[in-house]
Write a protein that binds this ligand. Structure first.
Ligand code: BES
Ligand code: ZN
Ligand code: ZN
Length: 495
């Protein structure tokens, strides 16, 4: 969707009018609305037929003055940027044939951040995944214009351009997540990443293929991926690699399909396991958002790509594998595969680079969905202040990440193997999201080899409940949500 701005009063296509609950009749200052339409609007407001409750809409048509869609922002004192973002998304979700392809948004009593949020909500929601459907002949793209004062025009235009760039990263994450698993396998993801890097002079992608992964001793990645004819790989994205000094580091779980392996999952809903590469999509989408919005700092991201299949050459429960870190893992359940591929990704991130911090993303556990539903991502960190920063960055952009405990008792549970350094399964099913996080912590390196060296600042985000199926997420209609691209942009750029 193209969003442009205009400092005139002209209305093209359907008028979109965001309104406060309990507001009065349209003030005279809302200029440019034809009288016939204005009196129709004032009539529904006066009669109480449209109360402007948050995310309510009403379409008016049939007068000579043109068409309008009223959208509620809720009470004025509560209408923050989140309310505007949701209202913008609601408008796009409610668009039907009758509204045509052109919208003109007219605000009153609004500042630039709220107008930007509204535009962002419209852009985020304007997405559908129809690559595999017959083309609809008369389908055209929505275009929206925002009328604003001359004084706001420059700032609003720059802010909307930035939001459009970030939206391209969110939509890329969704495209990857929604792509069927027969077409999105590990090396297909790697090829998409290589293609992507060609657009940017300051972006680089390196692929560690199956043979190289075996040579390097990436035992976790290899064990999970070897049972599939589509072999595993690791993809490393670098943005502004010539910048010196410490930099943010992202790591993503990229299981392009999770059957469970020999510990096969039950059949119902197994198709949803195509989304098990959501962590890698979050990371890739974040790199796109940063690159396309012109971020100048250095960021490195690693995605651990594998397809978890049962096969004659698949790993088995009972196997002991040796990871890149040198630590061994007793594989007690092949369905706990995300932590195995991440063990190599986290170790590589902390030893081959000099990260200020590492954040990993993974659709890691069903237990996290049990704990938090689809409303919040689980968030663990070895640094309380850092965890708070991520929690706040998420709140700022309307993507909730909820603090969860990283406890020594959970770590103990995961190192209690009779024959290996660690085990990939907890003692029972309780606290399954926490034991998974504690397992990952074993593979976050220290800052140096000194005995008293600190562990690298690290956070783990379990997006099993939020990467798809989050019905209350107004920014998306169906499928992958593309969550946390915006959280990461906020954390990394501070904007
Ligand atoms: N990809 C799944 C986690 C998952 C399940 C995400 C449902 C979203 C919805 C993961 O690989 C997995 O299977 N985890 C197991 C771990 C268990 C065997 C310790 C789980 O959650 O059941
Ligand atoms: Zn699994
Ligand atoms: Zn999985």
């Amino acid at each position: 969707m193209q969003v442009t701005i205009s400092s005139g009063n002209n209305i093209n296509g359907t008028l979109v009018l965001p309104l406060f609950e309990g507001g009065e009749a349209l003030p005279e200052i809302v200029e440019g609305i034809p009288n016939a339409l204005k009196s129709q609007i004032n009539r529904v407001l006066a009669d109480g037929d449209f109360k402007a409750k948050a995310n309510a809409t009403m379409t008016l048509a049939g007068t000579e003055g043109g068409k309008a869609m009223l959208v509620g922002l809720g009470k004025a004192e509560k209408a923050d940027t989140h309310a505007y973002r949701e209202a913008g998304a609601t408008v796009v979700a409610s668009c039907k044939k009758v509204h045509g392809n052109e919208l003109t948004v007219v605000f009153h009593n609004t500042d630039v951040p709220c107008m930007t949020s509204f535009a962002e909500g419209m852009m985020l929601r304007d997405y559908s995944y129809d690559l595999y459907k017959k083309k609809d002949e008369d389908e055209t793209n929505l275009a929206a214009r925002i009328n604003c004062s001359e004084g706001d025009a420059t700032a609003l235009s720059a802010a909307i351009d930035r939001a459009a760039s970030i939206t391209s990263g969110v939509h890329l994450s969704r495209d990857l997540g929604n792509c069927p698993p027969n077409d999105l396998y590990p090396m297909a993801f790697a090829e998409k990443a290589e293609q992507w890097a060609k657009q940017y002079d300051n972006a680089k992608v390196e692929v560690i293929d199956y043979e190289a992964a075996k040579r390097h001793g990436m035992g976790g990645l290899v064990a999970v991926g070897m049972g599939s004819s589509r072999k595993p790989c690791m993809v490393i994205f670098t943005l502004n690699g010539d910048q010196k000094g410490q930099h943010p580091m992202l790591v993503g779980k990229g299981i392009t399909f999770d059957t469970g392996g020999i510990s096969l999952k039950p059949g119902a809903g197994m198709d949803e396991m195509k989304y098990d590469m959501g962590g890698s999509a979050t990371v890739f989408g974040t790199m796109e958002a940063l690159a396309s919005s012109g971020y100048a700092g250095k960021v490195v991201a690693i995605t651990c790509m594998a397809e978890n299949m049962p096969a004659a050459n698949a790993q088995r429960p009972g196997d002991v594998i040796k990871t890149l870190s040198g630590k061994t893992i007793e594989v007690l359940n092949t369905d706990a595969e995300g932590r195995l591929v991440l063990s190599d990704g986290l170790w590589k991130a902390g030893t081959d680079y000099d990260p200020e911090y590492i954040v990993d993303f993974a659709t890691l556990t069903g237990a996290c969905v049990v704990a938090l539903g689809h409303e919040a991502t689980g968030l663990w960190s070895n640094d309380d202040d850092f965890r708070t920063r991520i929690h706040e960055a998420g709140n700022d952009v309307g993507e909730l990440a909820w603090p969860m405990p990283l406890l020594p008792a959970f770590e103990k549970e995961m190192t209690d193997s009779k024959i290996a350094d660690t085990r990939n399964l907890g003692a029972g099913r309780y606290g399954g999201a926490n034991t998974a996080a504690a397992f990952l912590k074993q593979f976050v390196p220290n800052r140096s080899d000194d005995e008293d060296a600190e562990q690298i600042t690290w956070a783990h985000m379990d997006i099993a409940g939020t990467y798809w199926g989050a019905k209350s997420n107004k920014m998306v209609g169906h499928g992958a949500t593309g969550i946390h691209v915006r959280t990461m942009v906020r954390l990394i750029t501070g904007e």
